[in-house]
Design a protein around this ligand. Structure first.
Ligand code: PBG
Length: 343
């Protein structure tokens, strides 16, 4: 029976009736656990990792306390070991190249930073699932997510060619899932075609389908040194006033062959996650982005918020909204708590 089908409550008799007392199920922690509707599953958390060209590097990102950039050597090995010891199965790789140029050519170089990291991880022989982010903003000297045409606008068609090349080079280096985040039209189809023609038809695509032009990417742009040198990303990323349009973006991506779709950021977009969950049968991922991490961290470091409870509450809100997969810089922290381990 739906709540709205219950007979009218007579408030004068409510306390004696003893029928509907929701607090009955809240009286102890174990009872609350028994009736809880959602939970965090470590196996569905994804930890983002920044890899940087060089040796012996483990540098903390100033605006993201607890998150580091690693060189693709022992530093990265150690971090990955820690991640898998915590029971996290999946990571999302971002690369910081030594050289940037107008065409972001390091992004598809066979010896580029992400390609090096992928090969190293594969040789470590651990069975982590490695997702690679496919975009150009970390590799272009102007910081936009694609190739510019002469008028300074991002050229969709030219960028698609590069995204296809990046995807193939990542697959060749061992990426398990390809994840395009450039927000170019038809990027999923371009990447699917490129992967298939090079023999990678079994490599899935997780598309950043509903990616909004958000102020919450600020700390990431420090981490990945990828802020645009002019203008902003509003001609390709979505306008955050639009929910229906986000469903159109997701639908187009699924039609083009996306295996997993993503809503990004997470916290201000729980309605988008819910709507996507209701409308589409594919796995839904959400990205709890850098600014969302930094806000909690900053408040916690000031003693203004209980970090442990705040993290649990926000991750559960994403689950409750309908997310299957959560990409979060809190992955290690959350996993270590569930396992009763210290980081
Ligand atoms: C690349 C990309 C960005 C993020 C993920 N992939 C930055 C952006 O679009 O500016 C943001 C992730 C975060 O803020 O944690 N385009």
């Amino acid at each position: 029976m739906k709540p709205n089908q219950l007979p009218e409550l007579d408030h004068s008799k409510k306390l004696n009736s003893n029928v509907r007392l929701p607090r009955r199920l809240r009286s102890s922690a174990k009872l609350r656990d028994l009736v809880s509707e959602t939970s965090i599953d470590i196996r569905k958390l994804v930890m983002p990792i920044f890899v940087q060209e060089g040796k012996g590097i483990r540098t903390q990102i100033q605006s993201m306390p607890g998150i580091y950039r690693y060189s693709p050597d022992k530093e990265l090995d150690r971090e990955l070991q820690e991640i898998s010891d915590l029971g996290i199965n999946t990571v999302l790789l971002f690369g910081l190249p030594n050289k940037k140029d107008a065409f972001g050519s390091q992004s598809y170089d066979a010896s580029g930073i992400v390609q090096q990291a992928l090969e190293r991880i594969k040789n470590l022989n651990n069975d982590l699932v490695i997702i690679s982010d496919v975009c150009m903003c970390e590799y272009t000297d102007h910081g936009h997510c694609g190739i510019l045409s002469t008028d300074g606008k991002v050229d969709n068609a030219k960028t698609l060619m590069s995204l296809g090349r990046i995807a193939v080079s990542h697959a060749r280096a061992g990426a398990d899932i390809i994840s395009p985040s450039a927000m170019m039209d038809d990027q999923v189809s371009a990447i699917r075609t490129a992967l298939d023609s090079e023999g990678f038809s079994s490599v899935p695509i997780m598309s950043y389908s509903a990616k909004f032009a958000s102020s919450f990417y600020g700390p990431f742009r420090e981490a990945a040194d990828s802020a645009p040198s002019f203008g902003d990303r509003r001609t390709y990323q979505m306008d955050y006033r639009n929910l229906r349009e986000s469903m159109k973006e997701i639908e187009l991506d699924i039609q083009q062959g996306a295996d997993i779709v993503m809503v990004k950021p997470a916290l201000s977009y729980l309605d988008v996650i819910r709507e996507a969950r209701t409308n589409f049968p594919v796995p839904i991922a959400t990205y709890n982005v850098s600014g969302e991490y930094s806000m909690i961290k900053a408040a916690a470091l000031n003693g203004w918020i209980d970090e442990e409870r705040a993290v649990d509450e926000i991750l559960l809100s994403m689950k409750r909204a309908g997310a299957d997969i959560i990409i979060t810089y809190f992955a290690k922290e959350s996993a270590s708590r569930s396992k009763g381990m210290k980081l």
